[in-house]
Design a protein around this ligand. Structure first.
Ligand SMILES: C[S@@+](CC[C@H](N)C(=O)[O-])C[C@H]1O[C@@H](n2cnc3c(N)ncnc32)[C@H](O)[C@@H]1O
Length: 375
């Protein structure tokens, strides 16, 4: 696997963090290369202020720092944030400001460089932010896999910002060029909500939250099988999204502490808001942006609830689910249990059995199984 990003005008090393022993995935893609080549051709004035959105692992931020530009970078992903920081350090680069995705965009940007987010709601939110905060007349250059750029994507750029066209495809990547002509007077509310009447919930969702427009069907099944036991003292909702499982776990176990963990800043902000709006006392809850259970005290939880992801950014992978299961085993008390929901074909039952030495299917439907395993 290549770890040296080498283009005509630059060369630097780039890793995905946290570093995995047998990492097979490269830390940049053809769209990063295409964007960097395009930006080098642009010959931007020295001291330009570049706003970078959704940099995966730091390719764009490292390039901008290497050119001496004043760069601000914003990504919702904690793994992206730690990768950007670590790759800058690894290459002895500095001068890049990291912004939280919950902050306002800077208003003095000269150009916006963006990786197209997978999630259209996040794309619209970011286009609205640019339309509201950025100066008129600036350019927004976006890179993505060609197959992810649809006519409807281009229409969103045109609708929210202004004139838009695309480049030719190169190594299956394309660029979108857009001129900011429109000005949005006020930002819409940062969250949208939907109801879950069967469980008397109204869930608020920031733009990049998993299943932010309706309840995930796996989560709906899981809601009916959350353990309730007066002996349970601490429940972790691992990959909490909007916190739907945390709320139900807190209601069923009023004596328990609830820790909601996600690597998405927007997810954790949504979970914190939802727990509060559903009347769960703040003293019982802890909402945390984290990579799985890195840094958690061993033997400290009675139950881990998990509806694992099978993507990391655009890569389909089950290594995060596996890391979540291994972390849960370390963090669970002796006799503690993990409750996992997943698509049948993902084979979580066999994986948990291998790791815990036991695993029982406690519920299933045509598509999903819920598996419980004890430490
Ligand atoms: C399938 S969603 C489940 C969300 C919610 N629990 C539900 O049931 O609707 C998986 C969640 O895991 C989060 N996630 C992905 N990678 C993670 C990681 N390395 N550490 C913590 N959370 C992660 C995602 O951001 C996403 O919110």
């Amino acid at each position: 696997m290549k770890t040296m990003l080498q283009l005509t005008g630059c060369a630097f090393s780039l890793h995905r963090y946290p570093i995995q022993k047998n990492e097979t995935l490269q830390a940049w893609d053809a769209a990063d290369e295409y964007l960097i080549e395009q930006l080098e051709r642009e010959e931007l004035p020295a001291n330009s202020r570049i706003l970078i959105l959704n940099d995966g692992f730091g390719a764009l931020s490292c390039w901008a720092a290497m050119q001496g530009f004043r760069a601000t970078t914003m990504s919702d992903s904690h793994l992206s944030q730690i990768s950007i920081t670590a790759n800058l350090k690894q290459n002895n680069l500095s001068g890049v400001t990291l912004l939280s995705p919950l902050e306002d965009l800077p208003s003095d940007t000269d150009i916006v460089v963006m990786k197209l987010p997978k999630n259209n709601r996040l794309l619209v939110w970011q286009l609205q932010q640019i339309a509201h905060f950025a100066k008129a007349g600036i350019r927004v250059i976006t890179g993505a896999k060609a197959k992810d750029i649809h006519t409807s994507t281009l229409k969103l750029f045109e609708k929210h910002l202004g004139a838009t066209h695309t480049s030719l495809a190169k190594k299956k990547a394309r660029l979108i060029f857009c001129l900011k002509e429109k000005q949005l007077a006020a930002m819409p509310a940062a969250t949208t909500s939907f109801d879950v009447p069967d469980f008397k919930m109204t869930l608020q969702n920031h733009a990049n939250v998993f299943s932010s427009e309706s309840l995930d069907i796996a989560a709906y099944l899981m809601l009916k099988h959350i353990p309730a036991d007066p002996e349970i003292k601490h429940i972790i909702d691992l990959g909490c999204g909007n916190g739907v499982l945390s709320i139900q776990a807190a209601r069923l176990n009023p004596q328990a502490q609830i820790t909601a963990v996600d690597e998405s800043n927007m997810a954790v902000a949504s979970a914190a808001l939802n727990l509060q709006q559903h009347g769960i006392e703040a003293s019982r809850t802890h909402c945390l942006v984290n990579n799985c259970l890195d840094g958690f005290t061993p033997d400290s939880a009675d139950v881990v609830l998990c509806n694992p992801p099978f993507h990391q950014l655009s890569a389909v992978t089950d290594h995060i689910a596996w890391q979540m299961f291994c972390d849960a085993k370390r963090v669970l008390e002796p006799k503690g249990r993990i409750v996992v929901i997943g698509n049948r074909h993902l084979g979580y039952h066999a994986k948990l059995k291998r790791l815990f030495g036991n695993a029982q299917v406690i519920a299933s439907n045509r598509k999903f199984v819920i598996v419980e395993a004890y430490k």
